[in-house]
Design a binder for this molecule. Structure first.
Ligand SMILES: [Zn+2]
Length: 60
């Protein structure tokens, strides 16, 4: 597997564009749920309009 310089874009739904957009500066965050379940999510901003975006990645 070749190593890429650029990380893969994180695609999320932008409510303002009403379309799927790539996140700018995506960050992984963890959310504590019920029963001690940790869910991973990505936050970033829309590449087009700068609206904050949020994508649940699910638990690992
Ligand atoms: Zn947007």
């Amino acid at each position: 597997m070749p190593a890429n310089d650029k990380p893969e874009p994180v695609i999320a739904y932008c409510v303002k564009c009403r379309d799927k957009r790539a996140m700018v500066d995506p960050k992984e965050v963890e959310m504590k749920g019920k029963g001690g379940v940790t869910r991973r999510a990505m936050t970033g901003t829309c590449e087009k309009c700068g609206t904050k975006m949020f994508r649940i990645m699910g638990k690992k």
